[in-house]
Each structure stands twice: as C-alpha cells, then as structure tokens.
Design a protein around this ligand. Structure first.
Ligand SMILES: Nc1ncnc2c1ncn2[C@@H]1O[C@H](COP(=O)(O)OP(=O)(O)O)[C@@H](O)[C@H]1O
Ligand SMILES: [Mg+2]
Length: 454
C-alpha cells in the first residue's frame, strides 16, 4: 500500500497517493479473498473425502499456499491425518473383534432394541438357519419360531438359558441348542447359541445308566430280603433252609458280578490309554480262555460243550494283558452261556495278511437277529433278558469288550444267523501284534494243545 501511495504521489501528488493506496488495498483484499476461496475449496475437498483419506490421498489434493494460509493448511492437515489414523485403527479393532467372534464355537447374534438382527456370526447362522446378509434387520422372533424361545424372550428373565431344537434337527439326529439373551448397551441384546446335543446325550446316558444300575441291584436285593425275612419268620426244615441259602448265594453272586463289571468299566474309563511297551504271548490269553471256558461250562452243568481252541501263528500282543484277557474271556464266556448243552464252540487266533491278528469265537448257539447286532455293545442291552439273567450275565460284558478294544485300536465284528450260531471276532491292528517266528502251536501238542475238547 505504501508502494502504491508513493507511486500515486509520484504520478499525481496527494490525490494520486490516495488513489495509489486505495488501489493497492483493493489488490491485497482481492488477493486475500482469492486465497480464502481456494482454502475453503480445499477444506471442502477434505470434508468430502472425510476420514477415508489415506496419507497419499491427502497429498494428492494440492493445498493452497500463502503466508497465513500455509499455517492453516499445515495445522488442518495434521488434524485430518491424526483423525484419519484413529478412525482406521478403530475400524481395524472392530474387524479384529468381529473376526474373533466369527471364530467362536458359539453362535452370536447382535440385536437392536427392537429385536432386529444387526449382525450374526456363521455359527449362529448355521445353528438357527439364518442367512448372514439376507436376514439382517429382520425380527429375530420371526426367524426363531420355537415356542419355548418366544416365551423366553417375552418373559424378559434372561438369567438362565432356554433349550430349543436346532434348525438341522431331525428325529434320527436330534440337535439341541441352548439360547440365552444378554442385555447390553442401550436396549440392545446379545443372543448366544450353544450346541448342547452331546452334553444332553451324555446326561441322558448318565440318567439311564443310574436307573439301570439301580434296577439291576434292586432285583437281587429284593429277592435276598425276601429270603432273609422268610428264614427269620418261618421255622423251616434244614433241607429247605439249605435250598433258600443256595438261592441267596446265587443272588449275592449276581450282585458281586455286577459290581465287579461296573468297577472294570470305571477303571477302563479312568486309566490312561495302553502304551506300546507291554507285550505278552497271545498263547497265554488262549490258555486262560480255555481254563475259564471249561470251568464255566462245568459250573453251568453243560460239560458236554465241544470246545476247539486253535492257535494259528504265535504272536506277542502289545497292550494291557489284563484288559485283553478280560475282553477275550468275555466273548468265550458268552459263547458258553448262550450255547445249549452239546453245542460246539470254536476259538481261533490267526495272523492277518496286513500284519494284524484276529481272535474269533464261533458258537453253534441260538444266534442273534440282525436288528439287535448294532446295539449289543450298549450297556445293559440284552436280546433276551431272562436268558441273560439265568445264565448269570450282567449285561455289561460286551460293553467292556468294546471299551477295551477301542482303547487298543481294535474292532469287534459280529456275524450271526438265527438258529445257526454267532461269530464274535476281535480284529487287532498290526501295531498291536508282533508275530513270533516259531512253529504254530498246533504242531507242538506237548506244550499247549491247539485243540481241546471237553
Ligand atoms: N454268543 C452269543 N450268542 C447269543 N447271544 C449272545 C451271544 N453273546 C452275546 N449275546 C447277546 O448279547 C447280549 C449282551 O451280551 P453281554 O454284554 O455279554 O451281556 P450279558 O451279561 O447279558 O451276557 C446278551 O444278553 C445276549 O443276549
Ligand atoms: Mg456276557
């Protein structure tokens, strides 16, 4: 302005100076206005880009320049960059959290105050049959149609969960879900879903098991108590007393057998898996089976059973001897128990081409109808209750066999035809069988007879 004034004064004395000062002020004002406009336009561009600006985007928008403008631009840029970074970090945190919820084995549904779905993870979608995109903003009550859930949501008491059938549930493969609502934020709710099918099944099995054990115990106890009362109240002749005491002994043996089998099962459940360090000759197991079989057969008054024990290929078995002995003996004792007098029982051990081994018990007993076969190894499952009880069975024998075999990586094959007998075969994997390079036992009758008939 001073320069304008001096120039104007030089040209036309004081009026010129006035004009000069005025023109210079106008020029400065116009220039400032132009810079303000550019600054505003630049700020507007920043606003449009907003927090999504990356550092590269920011430097792509050319900022205006000029003395005071530089400072404004610099401060604004720093502010925008800091804000943008904070926004990106919080976006990343949100994404990480959602990814963590996605990875959760539980279903998670976020609901707005009106009960509409804001977000849900894949697990919840699978549990409840939701579509993670299509069903957003839908009322959850319209999508989960189970009346138990409707009542639960309406009652408003979310301290406990509610059990509903899963979307994939069918009568043959039921799926049970536990749903629980958790209020959070301002009127929002979190719906958690958990697949409790296995827990429910285990609980049902535990209940059945306790009921079965109680029932099995009560029957002999009732009989025993009846006899005790009779002996206490009636003055019976010694012969009758003897008969009663024999019957009582049978009942107490039944209870003992049951308790012993229960203890075996719980020991199997509680002990560590069999290692690969212990080994023993399969011949020893066969010999023990033979002894047990003839003892049981005579005890049952069925000494006429024809036994055949055949050991084809000597081998050492790797695992827990007492467990495998119990499994093998159980199969042999079943054959003895269920095969009528004069029946034939064939017990064979042979090596398999894949390096494994097979222990098989074939009998000429009554056979088992096909529909029972898949359930035979269930605890307390019997084809014929009274026959099992009469023969002193506890209903736990094959459950023990199955457990022992599972622990050794072995399997049980059952073939049976009604009226033609049954064949129970244990197939041991190669890892549990070490063949011995000796002549088959059947050619060394002096050491251990391969065939035995009793
Ligand atoms: N060799 C067999 N012949 C016919 N039925 C058998 C034989 N082995 C097992 N079963 C049937 O399988 C059921 C279950 O066997 P198990 O678990 O050993 O219980 P149990 O104590 O009754 O013998 C038996 O009750 C019987 O009905
Ligand atoms: Mg049995």
């Amino acid at each position: 302005m001073i320069a304008g004034g001096l120039l104007g004064a030089g040209a036309a004395a004081w009026p010129g100076a006035l004009v000069g000062v005025f023109s210079a002020a106008l020029a400065v004002g116009l220039h400032d206005a132009w810079r303000r406009r550019r600054l505003l336009a630049w700020l507007r561009q920043l606003q449009i880009g907003g927090p999504k600006f990356s550092d590269a985007d920011l430097s792509a928008i050319q900022p205006p320049q000029g003395s005071w403008v530089d400072e404004v631009v610099d401060r604004t840029l720093r502010l925008v960059k800091a804000q943008s970074r904070a926004r990106q970090e919080s976006q990343q945190r949100l994404q990480d959290m959602l990814a963590a919820i996605q990875a959760s084995p539980n279903g998670v549904v976020l609901l707005d105050p009106e009960g509409r779905i804001e977000w849900c993870n894949q697990t919840a979608a699978q549990h409840l049959g939701l579509d993670v995109t299509r069903d957003l903003r839908q009322y959850v009550a319209n999508l989960i149609r189970d009346s138990a859930f409707g009542a639960y949501a309406a009652a408003g008491d979310f301290n406990a969960d509610v059990l509903v059938a899963g979307r994939a549930s069918t009568p043959s493969r039921p799926v049970r879900l536990s749903l629980q609502l958790h209020p959070y934020g301002q009127g929002r709710r979190l719906l958690l879903s958990r697949d409790v099918t296995l827990i429910e099944q285990a609980e049902a099995m535990r209940r059945d098991f306790v009921a079965n054990v109680s029932h099995e115990m009560r029957t002999p106890l009732t009989v025993l108590a009846g006899f005790v009362e009779t002996l206490q109240t009636l003055d019976l002749p010694p012969q009758e007393v003897r008969r009663y005491l024999d019957l009582m002994a049978t009942q107490s043996q039944r209870m003992q057998a049951l308790v012993s089998d229960l203890l075996t099962l719980s020991r199997l459940e509680g002990s560590p898996l069999p290692g690969l360090s212990e080994s023993f000759p399969v011949q020893a197991l066969m010999t023990q089976c033979e002894l047990d079989a003839s003892a049981l057969s005579s005890q049952m008054g069925r000494a006429q059973h024809r036994f055949e024990f055949d050991l084809q290929g000597a081998a050492d078995l790797i695992g827990v001897a007492s467990e495998l002995q119990s499994a093998f003996s159980n199969l042999v004792s079943n054959a003895v128990r269920y095969t009528p007098a004069a029946g034939q029982i064939q017990v064979t051990w042979r090596l398999l081409p894949d390096g494994g081994g097979e222990f098989a018990v074939q009998d000429s007993g009554p056979g088992i109808a096909a529909e029972h076969l898949p359930r035979l190894t269930e605890r307390f499952y019997r084809v014929d209750r009274s026959r099992s009880r009469d023969s002193g069975g506890t209903g736990l024998g094959l459950a023990i066999v199955k457990h022992v075999l599972q622990r050794h990586g072995a399997s049980l094959k059952i073939d049976s035809v009604i009226g033609q007998g049954s064949r129970f075969a244990v197939v041991l994997p190669a890892a549990r069988v070490r063949p011995l390079n000796v002549l088959p036992v059947s050619s060394q009758p002096a050491e251990a007879p391969a065939m035995m008939t009793s």
